[in-house]
Design a protein around this ligand. Structure first.
Ligand code: PHE
Length: 467
C-alpha cells in the first residue's frame, strides 16, 4: 500500500486518500509510517457526508411511502378505514395535495405525481442544505463526519519505502540477515513511568494532621466507626427526641450488643436529661436507656471527643489540645455537596479561662495554614455547645461563602456530668474535610472527590513523587 501511495504521488502535487479507495484503518497506519520518515507530508481533513438510512435505502428501492400510497388507490377510491397501516404515506400524500377525502373514502386528487423524495435520495450529492434537512427530519438520511487525508511529497520522497526493522531479533542474528534498521529518534518523549499515587483526599487529610500537630495538638483515638447512641448523642446532652436521631438521618445497626459505659456516669447522664443539675433544668422528659444503647454508625466524630473528655475528667485537671480527622456517616440524599460518608476534622481545647476569641483565633490560624484566609463566623445553635458558631470560607472559584464547619463551647450539662470542675472550659469544632478539599482541587461536585465515581486519572495525577 505504501508503494501504491508513492507511485500515485509521483505524478501528482496533492493526493487525496479518497481517491485511493483503500480501507481506512490500514491507510492511516501507512500514512503515519510514510510521514514519520518524511517521505510524505499529510494534512488531516474532515467533511460532512450525507448517508442514506435503511429507510432511505428502502425509498430508493421501492419509492416513497406517499408515492406507494398514491399508487395503491384505485379510480373508485378506498375506504379511510382500510388505510390505517399506511399512516406516513397517507399523511404526506394529503399534505402534498395528491389525494383527497370524500365521505369516508379517499380518492386520487391528481392524475399523476412524481416521486420527488425518491429522486432527491437518488441524487443526494446534488441536494441543497434545506432539502437535506427535510430528508433528515424524515429519518431518511443521516449526516456523518468523514476524515480524509491530503498527501504531498515529503523531504525524503524517492527513498525506498520498504519496512525498516525496529529491533534486532535473535532470529535475525541466527539467520545472519542484515536488515536495514530504523534510525533512532532522539527527540521523542520517553514512556511515562508508572508510579504510586495517593488519593488527593488522603494527602489532604495528612496536611490537616500536620497543621494541627504543628499547632501543638495531639491526635485522638477515632476507632469507633460503630458507636452507641449514648456516646454519639446522650453524653453530649442531645435530647432523645432530637430529629437527627431519626433513622431517616442516622444508620442504626440491628445488633443488640451493648457498649459498656461506667454505671455511675450512665446514671448521671440519665439524671441530667430527666431533671437537670449544675444550674440546668435538663429536658424534663423520661430518658430511655435502650435508646442510648442502640448501636449506630457515628454521625460525627464528636462521639470520640466525648469519650476522650470523659477519660480526662476522671484524672486531675491539665490543659489539653486534641484533634482528629476521620470518617462519619449520615443517612442523607446524595447530591453535588452531600454524601452518606464523609470526613470531619474534630478538635478540642480543654483549659480554664478560654473565651470565644481563643476559639476564633485557633480556627483562623488553622485555615490560614491551609491558605484559606477569608473566614467568617456566624452565631448558630447546637444542642451541646453554647455559644455556637458556624464557620464559613470564601470559595474563590465559586465566588461565594460556603459553610465549612461548626464550633462552640461544650455545655456544662455535658462537662459537669462527666466530672469536670465548674471553671473548666472546653472549646471544640467539627469541620468539613471535603469542602476545603474541593476548594483546593477546584471541584464543584463532591462525587469527583470521594466515592465510586472518582476519575482514576484524577488520583493518578497525584503521584507520591515525581520520577
Ligand atoms: N458535631 C458537629 C457537627 O457534626 C460539629 C461540632 C463539633 C460543633 C464540636 C461544635 C463542637 O456538625
Amino acid at each position: 500500500m505504501k508503494r501504491l501511495i508513492v507511485e500515485r504521488l509521483k505524478s501528482l502535487e496533492i493526493l487525496s486518500s479518497e481517491d485511493l479507495e483503500l480501507p481506512g484503518k490500514d491507510l492511516h497506519g501507512c500514512i503515519l509510517s510514510l510521514s514519520s520518515r518524511d517521505i510524505i507530508n499529510y494534512d488531516k481533513r474532515e467533511r460532512i457526508i450525507c448517508e442514506l438510512t435503511p429507510e432511505g435505502k428502502d425509498v430508493v428501492d421501492r419509492g416513497s411511502p406517499e408515492f406507494i400510497f398514491y399508487n395503491s388507490i384505485p379510480a373508485d377510491g378506498v375506504p379511510v378505514a382500510d388505510c390505517d397501516r399506511q399512516k406516513i404515506g397517507k399523511a404526506v400524500a394529503f399534505r402534498n395535495g395528491w389525494v383527497c377525502k370524500r365521505g369516508d373514502r379517499i380518492f386520487k386528487a391528481k392524475s399523476s405525481v412524481s416521486d420527488d423524495v425518491r429522486l432527491k435520495l437518488q441524487n443526494i450529492e446534488q441536494s441543497n442544505e434545506n432539502e437535506v434537512k427535510q430528508l433528515q427530519r424524515r429519518n431518511l438520511v443521516v449526516l456523518k463526519k468523514k476524515c480524509y487525508y491530503l498527501m504531498q511529497k515529503g523531504r525524503c520522497f524517492g527513498e525506498d519505502v520498504q519496512n525498516l526493522e525496529t529491533e534486532i531479533t535473535a532470529q535475525m542474528v541466527v539467520e545472519g540477515r542484515n536488515a536495514p534498521l530504523k534510525p533512532f529518534n532522539f527527540y521523542t518523549d520517553g514512556m511515562i513511568t508508572q508510579c504510586g499515587a495517593l488519593h488527593p483526599l488522603t494527602k489532604f487529610k495528612s496536611e490537616i494532621k500536620n497543621i494541627f500537630v504543628g499547632m501543638g495538638f495531639v491526635e485522638m483515638d477515632t476507632s469507633h466507626y460503630i458507636d452507641s447512641a449514648f456516646w454519639n448523642f446522650d453524653s453530649l446532652f442531645m435530647s432523645q427526641h432530637h430529629p437527627s436521631r431519626d433513622p431517616s438521618e442516622t444508620f442504626y445497626l440491628e445488633s443488640h450488643e451493648v457498649f459498656k459505659v461506667p454505671d455511675e456516669y450512665f446514671k448521671r447522664v440519665r439524671m441530667m436529661h430527666e431533671s437537670g443539675g449544675s444550674g440546668s433544668v435538663g429536658y424534663q422528659t423520661k430518658w430511655n436507656s435502650s435508646v442510648a444503647n442502640k448501636l449506630m454508625l457515628r454521625t460525627h466524630t464528636t462521639s470520640e471527643s466525648a469519650r476522650c473528655l470523659f477519660e480526662m475528667a476522671q484524672v486531675p485537671f491539665k490543659p489539653v489540645k486534641m484533634f482528629s480527622v476521620d470518617r462519619v456517616f449520615r443517612n442523607e440524599a446524595v447530591d453535588s455537596t452531600h454524601l452518606t460518608e464523609f470526613h470531619q476534622v474534630e478538635g478540642l481545647v480543654v483549659d480554664k479561662g478560654l473565651n470565644l476569641g481563643h476559639l476564633m483565633g485557633t480556627l483562623e490560624e488553622f485555615y490560614r495554614r491551609m491558605n484559606l484566609t477569608r473566614i467568617r463566623f456566624k452565631p448558630a445553635y447546637n444542642p451541646y455547645t453554647e455559644p455556637s458558631m458556624e464557620v464559613f470560607a470564601y470559595h474563590e472559584g465559586m465566588c461565594k461563602w460556603i459553610e465549612v464547619g461548626n464550633s462552640g463551647f461544650f455545655r456544662p450539662e455535658m462537662l459537669r456530668t462527666m466530672g469536670f470542675e465548674g471553671d473548666v472550659r472546653v472549646m471544640a469544632w467539627g469541620l468539613s474535610v471535603e469542602r476545603p478539599a474541593m476548594i483546593k482541587y477546584k471541584l464543584d461536585n463532591i462525587r469527583d472527590l470521594l466515592g465510586h465515581k472518582v476519575n482514576i486519572n484524577f488520583i493518578k495525577a497525584n503521584g507520591i513523587c515525581k520520577l
